[in-house]
Design a protein. Structure first.
Length: 584
């Protein structure tokens, strides 16, 4: 989510169940039918739980950031809502970014904008964000050592509407805009700075953000810059946004009231569509054969493709299986056991595409290497078995077992003890029939290789909190594999760098993957103006397998009431209420 880049999670959980009032928390059960409002179904089991426009590792739900962006606009907002990913100046506080000829600094111009209490938005509000992040960077989900804010050596205020950020070296300006400056959100310093140092302010803001029940009443959240304000925000996830009458930006809200409705299951959400009680909802890939029933009710069915990759992280620090995961041959055996083509065709009903590396493959780009495109590890359980038996594993009772420990070429590898069974478990997000079916299919194919694969499920927020970065001596480090990608695991900024995900100690490098050569490639991709650098990164991780690569589904298959338009689906996975319009 982010996240976290805030894109994590960026995925949405969909599931099976029945429609009960409890299934759609706090909803009336009928659409208002008024052009003064919209009833928008949040993805099932994907409850908003964070208002602060600064992501932390446990709050990388994509919906959180979409809501926050509606309240506090970003300095430089990127989205794909026009049909291509680009800087959306209408939704940004900045109006210009002028990079120095040497690429080592940028001077930002702010628009003539005001907070909802009438105070001007100034360079000091940006510096307030800058100072908070500088002092608390390790708690920010978007942090990767060596990247922002480490590579921002100074912040110099020129005047109220101009400031200059100096970098530690020359950077690719498009990467800097899309992946670093895009993370900056001007904050209302005159309201949020309660005194004390930046760490104390950080603690104060984060503690306040944990109190969901006060989001609509706490004065802290009333001073905003965005097109919407919070009218109500329940702990069950129902959020009501109301147009900010003092908004002076470029994306004027056309719909006065936006009801964001939570669902515990995908079937509950689909039943709400069938009853006409939502204006914007979703169906699963398995429901496409029912498309006509939705169009007959006055909806349009629109696949929503995402700029994303989907994967299961290994926990390389797991005290039991970490040593196995660190063996490249073992990861190759696992990847050979994943039949992505069949998963994409059968489980996802043709709405997913295989993904073989760290660059999205669902949309054309100049970033994907030929190595990644060609799939270095095609499905073959026989090839997978050979990799294991050639490295000291013998099948015993249906499970591959290390019978030849040691570091030799034909042995199990450093740290893998004799008798270790190739047994691994995943904590997977709950609520999705498609995800459950995919995990079952993976379980079956891994079993043919001799790898035992167990599956536990939990809501996506719980998956994220239970599978954090950790060290082997921590009790929380017992997790082995994590899955939070029902609709894509990670949504990128316009430039799909891997600094947060796969660079050593990256802020969202959940499994603690570390490869010094890959670190160099990631750094090169952010500084070089040539696409060759990011293609080299693509090829390296397609081969080295920091995670289990999985098919990339569309973000959603949206079901939108006829007459609701004025926008394109944002392939970065955000929703933008200010762009919605009733056109008929």
């Amino acid at each position: 989510m982010s996240p976290a880049r805030t894109r994590l999670l960026t995925g949405a959980a969909l599931s099976a169940g029945t429609l009960l009032l409890a299934g759609c928390s706090g909803t009336s059960g009928t659409s208002s039918g008024s052009h003064d409002s919209i009833d928008y179904a949040l993805p099932a089991n994907f409850t908003p739980n964070w208002i602060l426009p600064i992501g932390t590792a446990a709050h990388l739900n994509t919906n959180n950031r979409s809501i926050a962006d509606s309240l506090w606009e970003r300095l430089v907002a990127y989205d794909g809502s026009t049909g291509r990913i680009a800087w959306n100046k209408k939704a940004s506080i900045a109006t210009a970014a002028d990079f120095a000829a040497d690429g080592k600094s940028v001077t930002i111009t702010l628009g003539d904008r005001h907070w909802s209490d009438g105070k001007p938005i100034t360079s000091r509000d940006v510096q307030f964000w800058f100072d908070l992040i500088k002092a608390n960077k390790t708690e920010w989900a978007g942090y990767t050592p060596g990247k922002a804010p480490d590579n921002w050596t100074s912040f110099k205020t020129v005047d109220d509407r101009h400031f200059t950020i100096t970098f530690d070296k020359s950077y690719n300006s498009q990467w800097m805009l899309a992946n670093e400056l895009n993370e900056v959100t001007p904050l209302p310093r005159h309201v949020w700075d309660k005194g004390g140092d930046a760490k104390q302010v950080w603690t104060y803001l984060n503690d306040a953000a944990k109190n969901i029940s006060r989001y609509a009443t706490d004065p802290l959240w009333k001073t905003i810059s965005g097109p919407y304000a919070v009218k109500s925000f329940s702990t069950a996830g129902k959020v009501v946004l109301t147009a900010n009458k003092k908004y002076d930006g470029g994306e004027k809200p056309a719909i006065p009231t936006v009801n964001l409705l939570p669902f515990t299951t995908a079937d509950a959400e689909k039943n709400a569509l069938r009853s006409g009680s939502v204006d914007y909802g979703y169906i699963e890939a398995t429901d496409l054969d029912q498309k006509d029933s939705f169009t007959a009710q006055g909806y349009e069915v629109k696949p929503w493709s995402g700029w994303a990759i989907t994967y299961m992280p290994y926990n390389f620090n797991n005290p039991v299986m970490g040593a196995v995961f660190k063996q490249l041959y073992a990861r190759q055996a696992v990847q050979h056991s994943i039949d992505q083509s069949s998963l994409a065709k059968v489980v996802f009903n043709g709405t997913a595409v295989p993904g073989y590396g760290p660059i999205p493959q669902g949309q054309a780009s100049d970033f994907v290497s030929s190595t990644q495109k060609k799939n270095p590890y095609p499905f073959s359980t026989s090839a997978a078995r050979t990799l294991l038996t050639d490295h000291g594993w013998t099948e015993q009772g249906g499970v591959m077992t290390c019978t030849s420990p040691g570091s030799g070429a034909s042995q199990c590898g450093e740290g893998v003890a004799k008798g270790t069974k190739f047994e691994m478990g995943v904590l997977s997000q709950s609520g999705s029939t498609v995800t459950d079916n995919m995990m079952s299919a993976i379980q079956s194919s891994l079993a043919k290789t001799g790898i035992k694969f167990s599956i536990k499920t939990a809501p996506v927020n719980s998956v994220l909190s239970q599978t954090p970065q950790c060290t082997s001596d921590q009790s929380i480090c017992k997790w082995q594999l994590s899955f939070f990608g029902t609709a894509g695991s990670w949504y990128f900024s316009a430039f799909p760098t891997g600094d947060s995900l796969f660079q050593s100690k990256g802020g969202s490098n959940f499994g603690n993957y570390s490869n010094p050569e890959v670190d160099k490639l990631i750094s090169a991709s952010t500084t070089s103006s040539s696409n060759q650098a990011i293609q080299d990164y693509s090829a390296a991780l397609a081969k080295d397998l920091p995670v289990i690569w999985l098919p990339e589904p569309v973000y959603q298959i949206s079901v939108v009431r006829n007459g609701l338009g004025g926008f394109s689906q944002d392939s970065l996975a955000n929703f933008h209420p200010a762009q919605w319009k009733w056109t008929g």
